[in-house]
Design a protein around this ligand. Structure first.
Ligand SMILES: NC(=O)C1=CN([C@@H]2O[C@H](COP(=O)(O)OP(=O)(O)OC[C@H]3O[C@@H](n4cnc5c(N)ncnc54)[C@H](OP(=O)(O)O)[C@@H]3O)[C@@H](O)[C@H]2O)C=CC1
Ligand SMILES: CC(=O)N[C@@H](CCC(=O)OP(=O)(O)O)C(=O)O
Length: 344
């Protein structure tokens, strides 16, 4: 298959390129960039020194040419780009996997509110499917909206509790931490070494754009869900997300039931590892497409704590995108994805 990537020079685009390069079903990768490029063509190996020898041109975006040259296209671009460029591809039902947030929310008003820019039309949004792979393993849409990194860690941690109605919905609190690569390659004040080194910074409190995404999926599982208390903290690591989830158990629910339910939901899912009372750490999953989950219960407060860890660039972005690609094209779900994390 021939695959197009827009945004291969970004962080998640880099990782996506590496994964697709060794994917057994991918015969050729074509790279595209901005609609207008300088008169001099740039090449991937010139932009990304660690890709020495990958001398692929970054071609100007052209929807017709992309559809003629490729079987499937990945957007690894910042929010706002896919909704602007995808219109002709959506109209043609061309297969797309979009790593950005542009097509994750079904309600255009919610997108405008949280992303502070106009949304794609409701008709376009309706064409996209939210690709949380473990809960959408038979995608039928041509357009897959790959979930956000925090949303993936949080939703995989919460799913069995919500689906099986085991917790008091109003008691849910999610405290998520992320490494700096989650912010992409663009330099900002908070990604300077001197800012984040030996630091921790809770940002966008109650304003993070993954709040409506998490809520939308939770409401698909249980329409009684009204809100979620969710916070994001930047920590001085390169890769990784840890979402720590707290909730009160409903009367009569035992920790043993919790253990059984997680086991039941995830035993057939190759990329979710239920570790029961052994709490996972970020380095258990770094460099892999795994989401590791563990839990603890406090009888004094009746609170269950679930710890969910992922590599933001793999399960949180490019890895899940390849998993979605495999599901979309009916390849075994694990094809082309690394089987072991990097440790230490
Ligand atoms: N980093 C992460 O952990 C995660 C990222 N995501 C999402 O994936 C997407 C990419 O993120 P990330 O890799 O971090 O971002 P980066 O900022 O690292 O990379 C963005 C890429 O998009 C390209 N680009 C920017 N604007 C345009 C445009 N108008 N037309 C074509 N190409 C464009 C950039 O090229 P150039 O440099 O030439 O401008 C670059 O290659 C985002 O939507 C992000 O939210 C999702 C989950 C996790
Ligand atoms: C550390 C850091 O800054 N993380 C980013 C993660 C956002 C992201 O990548 O998610 P989308 O795909 O939804 O844009 C943030 O908090 O905005």
């Amino acid at each position: 298959m021939e695959i197009g990537i827009i945004g291969a020079t970004g962080y998640s685009g880099n990782v996506l390129y590496s994964l697709l390069k060794q994917h057994p079903q991918v015969t050729k990768i074509n790279l595209y960039g901005h609609q207008q490029t300088n008169s001099t063509t740039s090449y991937l190996d010139e932009e990304i020194p660690s890709f020495q020898g990958e001398h692929l041109p970054l071609q100007a975006f052209n929807a017709e040419k992309i559809m003629a040259e490729n079987d499937c296209l990945f957007f690894a671009t910042p929010a706002g780009v896919a909704k602007q460029l995808a219109t002709p591809l959506l109209a043609a039902d061309f297969p797309i996997i979009d790593l950005s947030g542009d097509f994750r929310l079904k309600d255009p008003a919610e997108y405008s509110k949280w992303y502070q820019q106009p949304a794609a039309s409701a008709e376009q949004l309706a064409k996209a499917e939210y690709g949380l792979c473990e809960f959408n393993d038979h995608p039928t849409a041509a357009y897959i909206a790959n979930p956000g990194c925090y949303a993936t860690a949080t939703l995989l941690g919460l799913a069995p509790l919500i689906i099986e109605h085991l917790i008091e919905l109003k008691s849910i609190v999610v405290d998520a931490k992320s490494g700096v690569s989650g912010a992409g390659k663009k330099l900002s004040a908070s990604s300077h070494f001197s800012f984040i080194n030996e630091n921790a910074w809770l940002y966008k409190l109650n304003q993070h754009k993954h709040i409506p995404e998490i809520l939308q999926q939770m409401q698909n599982w249980d329409d009684q869900v009204q809100a979620v208390q969710f916070s994001t903290t930047l920590i001085p690591i390169t890769r990784g997300i840890m979402a720590t989830i707290y909730a009160q158990l409903k009367p009569g629910i035992t920790p043993k039931q919790i253990d059984d339910v997680y086991r039941k939901h995830y035993q057939t899912k190759p990329f979710v590892r239920w570790r029961s009372t052994e709490l996972p750490m970020i380095k258990n999953v770094t460099g892999s497409n795994y989401c590791d989950l563990g839990y603890g219960y406090n009888p004094a407060t009746n609170v269950i704590t679930v710890v969910s860890v992922i590599d933001n660039l793999l399960k949180g972005a490019a890895g899940q995108a390849v998993q979605n690609f495999n599901l979309m094209w009916h390849f075994p779900e694990t094809t082309g994805l690394p089987q072991l994390p990097i440790f230490p």
